[in-house]
Design a protein around this ligand. Sequence first.
Ligand code: AMP
Length: 528
Amino acid sequence: MNTFAFLAKSARHNPDGLALVQGSEAITYREFHDRALAIGGNLLAAGCSPGDRVAFCLANSPRIMELIFGCFAAGLIVVPVNARLHAREMAYIVGNSGARILVHGDEFQAGIAANADLFAGVVRYCSGSADGAQPFSALQDPAQMLSAPVDAAPEDLCWLFYTSGTTGKPKGAMWNHRMVRCVIMNYLADLHNIQPGEVVLHCAPMSHGSGIIALPTVARGAVNAITDTASFDVDSLLATVERLKVSHIAFMAPTQIVKMLEDFQPGKHDISSLRAICYGGAPIYVEQLKQAVQTFGPVFVQLYGQGESPITITGMSARQHQELLDAGDPRIGSAGQTRTDVEAHCVDENDNPLPPGEAGEVVARGDVVMPGYWQNPEASAEALRGGWLHTGDIGYFDDRGYLFLLDRAKDMVISGGNNVYPREVEEVLIQHPKIANCVVFGIPDDYWGEAVHAVIVLTPGEALTAKEVIDFCGEHMAGYKKPKAVDFVNELPVSGYGKILRREVRDAYWQGHSSRIGGGAGAKGPNG
Ligand code: AMP
């Protein structure tokens, strides 16, 4: 079965129902279905064969969904590239995946032209008119429309998801048709049961989580609405929620939720249609989550996963959020419980399973886990050793199976022989009313090995000294976890997917020193 069948079914059940909406553009399921079959036919006519890679680097638009399903229809492997990357970073992914075709937006033309040698041999299609590229409309020629999608086996690859590469070069997590269908069904079963006709809004890059959530939306014949602006603007987002009666915001990075809290104007827009806002991809601080639920109601759905196990390993439903908050239960600070068809636990440095309460690396297995990285057998064998996906995340499960994520293994600080999890320190700092944002990491220290260091963004108009910050931490945590020094900055760097780039801030402090990489498993949890 080809995953295209999910679109075919929605087009048969509700051909005139809205499928894709952006600004004044509104595409029905019949049109979406036919356009995807046309794109698939044109890609094959352009010389692609099933199994070839087709990369795209486009700002959010209905074209993305047409391309994804066009690739499914033709048995091609789609390679989404984050539209916020530099042309050279895009070229790395295009080259590493061996993509024959690149579909890109007008705005990338200058960067591609300046790095033309890196794109040699790649056939390009551009959303506007560009030298050396054909127009996107050439892929829409109805004369080449496929009469039916090609057959696909469950193991046939259909997607390469490039990791964000915050540590090292991006790697292409391979997804096959079975995995993608599992992701779709699991989302509906465990996270949010999208209904036909429901409106799902995308305001985060569709090359990442939002694009994945667009798949169950298609499978259910619901509407994928896409915000008009490439930048994240809270007022226009909430105006769109009101106008389209949006019930579900597909995916938000925690930084976007924080921005919503900052810019929200109560009563300005009627957002009572909202039932679910799905978030994840990075930790959200408990204080911010509490405020978000108080402000927007019990609509938040958390997911924890990674490109190697898309969308979810664990999750927390909107109902669970409310129950935990009402009960004052600290499990609200967890990443929820393992989803229905996934197995997960934590292991020590020798891959031995750990009992509840002991921290180690989170490992997972199930049909949502990738079969490996594209053309990278060493990294695949390392990540999948023993048949379990090693996530690189350190955490512990409690006795009820709630997963508490402590940090990325590579971010743990070892100070004077003690493990310090930056996130734990950040959770405390963010409670200070004068602190708007922060990152914590280890820096080289002759005495301690590594010293805990905080970089802080103050709330506008406020002032704090480093001593006041350190003393505040001392009121809430063990002495060895307190930052030894504090720097203040105006803003923190954020990745194209909304994650605060702790490594980028940290690296400036490590220049000229050899960095210890990977605290790894064997770390201590609350019981260890
Ligand atoms: P990506 O592959 O870009 O989606 O990044 C996945 C990584 O983001 C995970 O390995 C975690 O480190 C982090 N992450 C994802 N979801 C969550 C979450 N709910 N809470 C904390 N960290 C998360």
